[in-house]
Write a protein that binds this ligand. Structure first.
Ligand code: ZN
Length: 137
């Protein structure tokens, strides 16, 4: 089911500041953050080999990332796995009784189809599934 680690998501208070940090100190090639209003986030990513780091700032305190930072502070937030077929992965997980946050995929940053598995099912780690290839038109 899993192809690779697509990205690791960090919850940050200020995505521009965090980008600047990785640009200056690690030579990361960062791009302009993108706002995903549906999720209440402003996010950007930079490559580390074939995986990426996603920096996620909440756009409102009551969004999931806003609540995460209020409770636990900045830090590691989620892992995203690339999968071949997100519908099939979600169906298989659901069928085996794994609790999902998103039962159907939604459109995340960069236009990729993604869904979250509940962290209580994955040993406390919020787990995101991402399908990159487009399907049909
Ligand atoms: Zn993510």
């Amino acid at each position: 089911m899993l192809k690779k680690i697509y990205h690791l998501g960090y919850a940050v208070e200020n995505v521009e500041k965090a980008s600047e940090f990785y640009r200056v100190h690690f030579g990361a090639e960062t791009v302009e953050p993108e706002t995903v209003e549906d999720q209440g986030i402003k996010a950007t990513m930079f490559h580390v080999g074939e995986s990426m780091i996603e920096l996620v700032e909440p756009t409102r305190p009551d969004s999931p990332v806003g609540k995460f930072i209020a409770k636990r502070g900045e830090g590691f937030h989620h892992v995203a796995f690339e999968v071949e077929d997100i519908e099939r992965s979600l169906a298989e997980l659901k069928e085996s009784g794994v609790e999902l946050i998103d039962e159907t995929p939604r459109i995340g940053a960069g236009g990729a189809r993604m869904a979250f598995v509940h962290p209580k099912e994955a040993f406390g780690v919020l787990t995101e599934l991402v399908e990159l290839r487009g399907k049909g038109e």
